[in-house]
Design a protein around this ligand. Sequence first.
Ligand SMILES: Nc1ncnc2c1ncn2[C@@H]1O[C@H](COP(=O)(O)OP(=O)(O)O)[C@@H](O)[C@H]1O
Ligand SMILES: [Mg+2]
Length: 230
Amino acid sequence: MIKINNLHKFYGNGESRTEVLKGVSLNIKDGDFVVILGASGSGKSTFLNVISGLEPADAGTVCYDDKNICEMNDTEMTLFRKDTIGYVFQQYFLLPNLNVDKNVKMGADLTKNTNYRSLIEAVGLADKKKKYPHELSGGEQQRVSIARALAKQPKVLFLDEPTGALDEATGRMVLDLICKLQKELGFTMVMVTHNQNIARMANTVISMNSGRIVEEYTNSSPQSAYEIAW
Ligand SMILES: Nc1ncnc2c1ncn2[C@@H]1O[C@H](COP(=O)(O)OP(=O)(O)O)[C@@H](O)[C@H]1O
Ligand SMILES: [Mg+2]
């Protein structure tokens, strides 16, 4: 369980100081699939970055089971992130001078996972193991970044607009793949998107507006990536 209580986050100083998270609270159950919706600038990425320990909070608590990550020092935080968190970004962030196998191995090496090649197969890139990122399509690059994130066997996978740079067909394929992997491996998943249709795939849906959660509901029967509108 991730318990987020009364999170506040500010950017800037003096006159330009703005409050980007205005007291956000949320509980995320183990194995849940949470989708976070909201207009551009509503604080979705900031929220994801703070609850995953990428950025510090200015006030509030984020507890993974009983561990409050807001109280961790740098060493504890590095270890926590290594053992617990996977992250997928809209822009993939693959290392351009490493091939597919080496990019995924980088994630695997963090937790000494020697079985990472099965993930390259699971994302359908077994025949492209030796290709470099520039030789791949956007959808293929995103599949590499998903395999890399999962190669360290995270307990929680955070995804920030993972289909934002993909066309509809590729986006559906990537979402379908992510959901299948989640069912198989059982990790918790928190995904930011501004595509409202994707919310139908989630168990729990959160809407943010101007640094606050303004709506939270659960779906009794989530749909697949091929059932939703786009
Ligand atoms: N590093 C930063 N420094 C200053 N302002 C920032 C920074 N990151 C985000 N912001 C501001 O915080 C607000 C929320 O940003 P963000 O969390 O990226 O929103 P979203 O992901 O919903 O589009 C925006 O007004 C943005 O300009
Ligand atoms: Mg964002």
